[in-house]
Design a protein around this ligand. Structure first.
Ligand code: VGL
Ligand code: ZN
Length: 211
């Protein structure tokens, strides 16, 4: 591929989302070799890290009487509650040790505001606080994004949808993602992404060729 205007965006391939992690996505570690393999085809790679302070608003433990996967109303909308995960500076927040993308150019951290979650790599859940990634991509002239990582139905989908809203061409590599699937969220995410014009790329062999 190596298209000079394309970038691989690798979402949240972190210990807490893989086997043994506090919010392990089923089969999540299976994305690691897929992502490592395709990263070689991209000159430009950006990684994201979910990066919460202890006591984050998205943790069920911060809301007495609530348990993980409950949902509550917050000023910016509905918030699913999670087990404590990806706490800044902990092993769970580290990138997966087998992730092998030495040429990645930028790591975007998100979800660091105590009272606002951020599934998307572009905006916090209040849809007001940008991470700076859109400006980075624009300044660098990168217009086509291929996304992979965890989890399909949360951080990957929200990032892909924001990227479409911002006018980027977006493909999601299905083979390089795994979902959490709370109450049908995985099917819903694919419906939303398809409706928004996100290209569903089933496997690495179907990645768009150089043009
Ligand atoms: C994610 C739930 C909570 C994700 C992050 O990376 O998809 N999901 N925080
Ligand atoms: Zn999180």
């Amino acid at each position: 591929m190596n298209r000079s205007d394309a970038l691989l965006l690798v979402i949240d391939v972190q210990n807490d989302f893989t086997a043994g992690g506090s919010l392990a996505v089923r089969d999540g570690e299976a994305v690691v070799p897929v992502v490592n393999g395709i990263a070689r085809q991209f000159t430009h790679v950006v990684l994201t890290q979910d990066w919460h302070p202890a006591g984050h608003v998205s943790f069920a433990s911060s809301h007495p009487g609530k348990t993980p996967f409950d949902s509550i109303a917050l000023p910016y909308g509905r918030q699913t509650l999670w087990p404590d995960h990806c706490v800044q500076g902990t092993h769970g927040a580290d990138l997966h040790p087998d992730l092998d993308i030495p040429h990645a150019q930028l790591i975007i951290r998100k979800g660091y505001q105590p009272d606002v979650d951020s599934y998307s790599a572009f905006f916090a859940a209040d849809h007001a606080t940008p991470t700076g990634l859109a400006g980075y991509l624009r300044e660098r002239g990168l217009t086509t994004l291929v996304l992979a990582g965890l989890a399909t139905d949360f951080c990957v989908a929200w990032s892909a949808l924001d990227a479409r809203r911002l006018g980027f061409d977006v493909g999601v590599l299905e083979e390089g993602c795994r979902g959490i699937d709370v109450d049908g969220s995985l099917d819903q995410a694919w419906r939303d992404m398809t409706a928004a014009g996100v290209t569903r790329i089933p496997s690495a062999s179907a990645l768009p060729a150089d043009r």
